[in-house]
Design a protein around this ligand. Structure first.
Ligand code: SAH
Ligand code: SF4
Length: 340
């Protein structure tokens, strides 16, 4: 059985090549071909000896995701539906935004096991983790689809389907390749991993990798958060804020707090006043995301005025606060809307 070479962590590639009798430095060449040149065959790797290419062809293949559908929204957002080798489907969203930024939101799992009450992906349940190659494949295929007149990708957020820190190893290894200068060569400030608040995994993650993190907070009390996000029974609001406070002492990165505003559930005046107190001592930024309703959900989007009021209040308290207006809403591409 040939193996997908994009599933091999780059720090293991040298050893794998050595065992096959290939020159160690050819591992670096192959990393460049796969992730910088986006090669789709070993034949293209013309600076490798013919014989080495033959060995690679015999042992490996280069996995590809099959883009079965691309939907473009009026605001320029594009949603990609990819089919995996086993027929499962995942989505990625390309979002051109302010200041020349072009952000790709990628998935890390098929479905999600975390069961958040407001999330469409949760309704699918958990199907399986994505491999390193499937996580990177989303970036590669989207880059291949861009025209030379399109603005290039500048940022990656692991904020699509799935909980990244559940699929821990594949996510860490994929992020290492996004950072690797021989590969995607993205700066650590341009990669954000979003978590529902798995604090112990997050502690380990920030020890290992210096990229940005986002926390889906979504409530200011354990009572409400327990209802919305079952993970809160394992790691409470206080556990999360303590972790972020410690992190802010050690890291220069600002932590993004995502707050999905749900009318009369977590968008009350008391919540608004509690939030800045919770964030004291944290180098924090807040993204207010109006809940995106979907068929079968009884939760409601907040009033426009509530969003504005929260933004003003938090900003006055010195916290940079953005309202993430539902980009790509006409194609159901917004966060929490991804489901195959
Ligand atoms: N599992 C990770 C990353 C994927 S979810 C996490 O939870 O952080 C990405 C973001 O979408 C999260 O901030 C989540 O709170 C938000 N989200 C989920 N469902 C939503 C919905 N229906 N409307 C708006 N945002 C939603
Ligand atoms: Fe999973 Fe994130 Fe959706 Fe919660 S919000 S179910 S963690 S994808």
């Amino acid at each position: 059985m040939r193996q997908d070479i994009t599933d091999i962590p780059v720090d293991r590639l040298h050893a794998v090549f050595g065992a096959l009798g290939l020159k160690a430095y050819s591992a670096s060449q192959v990393v460049r071909w796969l992730y910088k040149a986006r090669a789709t065959s070993f034949e293209e790797m013309t600076n490798l000896p013919q014989e080495a290419r033959g060995v690679l062809r015999e042992k490996f293949f280069i996995g590809r995701l099959n883009p079965v559908d691309v939907m473009a929204a009026e605001d320029g957002t594009k949603k990609f539906l990819f089919e995996l080798a086993d027929g499962n489907r995942i989505e990625s969203v390309l979002i051109p935004s302010e200041r020349g930024r072009v952000t790709l939101c990628i998935s890390t799992e098929v479905g999600c096991a975390m069961g958040c009450a407001f999330c469409r992906t949760a309704k699918m349940g958990f199907v399986r983790d994505l491999s390193q190659g499937e996580i990177l494949g989303q970036v590669l295929e989207v880059q291949r689809s861009l025209l030379s007149s399109d603005r290039p990708l500048t940022n990656i957020v692991l904020m699509g389907m799935g909980e990244p820190l559940v699929n821990y190893d594949a996510v860490v290894n994929a992020v290492k390749i996004l950072l690797d200068e021989r590969a995607f060569n993205l700066s650590k400030r341009r990669i954000t991993v979003s978590t529902s608040g798995l604090v112990s995994q997050a502690e380990r993650f920030v020890e290992q990798l210096d990229v940005k993190i986002a926390i889906s907070l979504n409530a200011t009390t354990d009572g409400v958060r327990d209802q919305l996000m079952p993970v809160n029974k394992r790691f409470s609001v206080a556990d999360i804020t303590k972790f972020c406070r410690d992190y802010s002492k050690r890291s220069r990165h600002r932590v993004t707090f995502e707050y999905v505003m749900i009318r009369d559930v977590n968008d009350t005046e008391e919540d608004m006043k509690r939030l800045p107190k919770l964030l004291t001592g944290i180098n924090a930024k807040v993204n207010l995301i109006p809940f995106n309703p979907f068929p079968g959900s009884t939760l409601k989007a907040p009033y426009e005025t509530t969003l504005k009021e929260w933004q003003n209040y938090l900003t006055n308290k010195g916290i940079q606060t953005n309202i993430r207006i539902g980009r790509g809403q006409d194609i159901m591409a917004a966060c929490g809307q991804l489901a195959s």
